[in-house]
Every structure is written in C-alpha cells, then in structure tokens.
Design a protein around this ligand. Structure first.
Ligand SMILES: *Cc1c(COP(=O)(O)O)cnc(C)c1O
Length: 395
C-alpha cells in the first residue's frame, strides 16, 4: 500500500521542507494514524459526511448525454451536489476534525479559485476554529464572490502580492505562515500535493468518492465500469475516484488536464502531459518549469486547474501506465459545459467540463454496453461570469 513509510509513490513524493516544519509533519502523521484507528473519529467523519455534506452523492445515469454521443453509457458522480458545491469539502472536513484532535486553534489555507478557501472557511465556522486564507490578488479580482463567501463565514482573507499573485504564490505564503506558527496552527492543504503525509491524507479523505461509486455501480449495474474520467488540477477529485479501483485492472483511469489556449501556445496547465520531474512545494513530482528551472506561468479557463504542479501519486500512475493523461483546451471545455447544460440541465464547473468533453468524445467510439463514470467535481455557478465573457450569451 503506497506511499511507503517515507512518503514515496515510486520515486515521487517525499518531504522537501525546511527543518522547522519536520516536527509538524511528524505530528500530523501520528495524529492521522491515530485517527485512522479511532472508531469515534471515523464515526464522526461519517456522520458529518452524511448530515453536513449530504453524502452519499448520487451516481446519475446521464441518459440524454449518452444518447447524444451515440455510444457508451455515461454516469456522473454528483460531487456538484455536495455542500458548498464541490468535492473540496470532503478533505476540508477530514482535516478540520484532525486539527481539532491535535488541539490546534488556528487553521490556515491557500486558495486559487476560492473553492478550497470556501470549504476551509465553512468547516472552520462549523467547528469554531479561527481561519486565515491566503489568496493571490489576481485571484481575488477574478473570484470576488468566493472572497465574499469566505468573509461571511468569518474567515480572514489575506491578499498575496508576490510572483504571479495566484495559487502558487498563495501556497508559498501559507507555508511561510506555518513555519512561524507551527505550535498552534494546522495548515489545511487543499489537494493531493505538498510534503508527505498530505498527498496520502487528502487522497484518503477524497477516496469516499470512489468507495461510494463502487457500491453504487455494483448495486445498479452489477459490474465495474470500463472507464473512470476526471479532471486533474492538483489531482484530488481524480485520485479520490481512481484510488479505490487501483487493483481492478480492467477499469481504465483517464485524467484530463487543462490544455488552455493549446499546448503549442505554451499557455496551459498540462503538467503530466508536458512537464518534467522536479520539486515544488515540498514534493517531488511532475511540474512545469522552463529550461532554466523556473516555474512556468500556467493558464486555464478553469481557475481550479491553474497550477504548475500535480500530486506525486499521479506521477507514479503515469510512469507505471496505470492511468493515461490527456488535455482538453479552453474552447473544448466550453463545448463540454454547454453540452451538459443543454442535454441534462446540469451546469458543471469549468474544471469538470474538461472531463465531460473528453468522456463524450470517448463514449462516441464505444458500444452502448460500455460504462463510463465521470467525476462531476463541482457545480458551475462560480463560473457564470467567465462563461458569459467567453461565449457572450446575454440574458
Ligand atoms: C479545485 C477544483 C478542481 C481541481 O482540483 P483537484 O485537486 O485536481 O481535484 C476540480 N474541480 C473543482 C470543481 C474544483 O473546485
């Protein structure tokens, strides 16, 4: 069972952090091991997943979408119906409970699009823990409604003005804060990235997606799916769906990265498809850097996919051939967005629209008996301004 005891998935992962953070990572690792073995912790997580998040989320047969492609049967795992509108809350809840177990009185988080910041602020309000969210000023400008939501729930949003003033810079600031306040502070990291044990902990909390999916597809179809398709930013919604099916060799995993304005344009976030290995934010993984070792600027129409790194477990899946990774560009994602709105009456997050587009494409080439499950990682309300600018649909 990976990662190994040093936090490696094959050659990826590990803990590349300043010496001052090593005790905090060890404390987190042992608190997590205790929580895994503690029936009361597990019961409380389960109860709040049900009563607060609204789990299990449905596995929905998208009949009209399937008919439109003329091929395979497409099922949607409805993470868009989880509280706050995306899968991020699963991990935020788990880590919030863990912070409380460790006696931490202060939680810090980073956010790009604001979805993880909102999930962290939500859980902190519910648990009564102080919450500080680092966010680049460029993202604050693009995602104003999420900033407002965080503030309503009592979180402090700290603007980050360094670098490109986006997610990568917000993570740097959060790590800096953690170094100076490790005693009373938990860093609630939002995806399967960062130093060990984060990629493991976030994966485990998000694996509720894949475990439910397995039960639901067995109950409804008496068989496992042929394909699992999910978008990949840092990689948490995809790993959460994939991981519980790791040993089922006939279930193919497809991760969809953001192709931005096209791979040739250089403006994209296709880390696994185009990147090379290196160290970013405490972990060894694929990442996007130029020939001088500088982290590259990334771009995507979906703010949640706009990150130059990716989880180490995905890097491992890529190298051993367990998953394949593809890109869908901005224009195609918008097509996926409209397709789901018009065929199913569901407005997807732009991130999830990347997965929808690719699933529809492969469905068209397959027989009707084949089953494709797409992780609908979030709802699209947050993206209506971006879509309006891009498609120019006026009301
Ligand atoms: C944040 C986000 C993503 C990307 O993050 P992962 O860690 O790759 O899952 C995808 N979809 C939605 C709706 C998001 O909010």
């Amino acid at each position: 069972m990976l990662p190994d005891s040093r936090g490696y998935f094959g050659e990826y992962g590990g803990k590349f952090v300043p010496e001052t953070l090593m005790p905090a990572l060890s404390e987190l690792e042992s608190a997590y091991a205790e929580a895994v073995a503690d029936r009361r912790f597990q019961q409380e997580f389960k109860r709040l997943c049900r009563d607060y998040i609204g789990r299990p989320t449905p596995l929905y047969h998208a009949q009209k979408l399937s008919e439109k492609t003329g091929g395979a049967t497409i099922l949607l795992k409805r993470e868009d119906l989880a509280h706050t509108g995306a899968h991020k809350i699963n991990n935020a809840l788990g880590q919030g409970l863990l912070a409380r177990c460790m006696g931490k009185t202060r939680i810090i988080a980073e956010t790009g699009a604001g979805q993880h910041g909102v999930a962290a602020a939500t859980v902190c309000a519910m648990l009564g823990i102080e919450c500080i969210v680092y966010m680049g000023t460029e993202d604050i400008r693009r995602q104003a409604s999420n900033v407002y939501r965080m503030k309503l729930m009592g979180a402090e949003v700290r603007p980050v003005t360094s670098g490109s003033r986006t997610l990568k810079d917000a993570i740097n600031e959060a790590i800096r804060d953690w170094v100076s306040n490790v005693g009373n502070t938990h860093y609630l990291l939002g995806s399967v990235v960062g130093p060990h044990p984060y990629p493991m902990i976030v994966r485990d909390f998000q694996s509720i997606i894949g475990r439910e999916t397995r039960e639901q597809v067995m109950a409804d179809y008496r068989r496992l799916p042929d394909y699992l398709v999910a978008c990949v930013g840092g990689g948490s919604n995809s790993i959460g769906l994939f991981h519980p099916f790791f040993d089922d060799e006939n279930v193919k995993f497809v991760g969809v990265e953001a192709g931005g304005t096209g791979i040739a344009s250089g403006h994209h976030s296709a880390t696994l498809v185009t990147g090379r290995t290196g160290v970013l934010h405490g972990t060894k993984s694929y990442l996007m850097e130029d020939e001088h070792g500088q982290i590259m600027e990334t771009r995507s129409i979906a703010p949640g996919l706009d990150y130059p790194g990716v989880g180490p477990e995905h890097s491992f899946y890529k190298d051993i051939g367990r998953a394949s990774y593809v890109t869908v560009d901005d224009a195609q994602a918008l097509e996926g967005f409209r397709l789901l709105c018009e065929t199913e009456g569901i407005i997807p997050a732009l991130e999830s629209a990347h997965a929808i587009y690719h699933a529809a494409k492969i469905a068209a080439e397959l027989d009707r008996e084949k089953l494709i499950i797409v992780n609908l990682s979030g709802r699209g309300d947050k993206d209506l301004d971006i879509v309006n600018d891009a498609l120019g649909i006026s009301i």
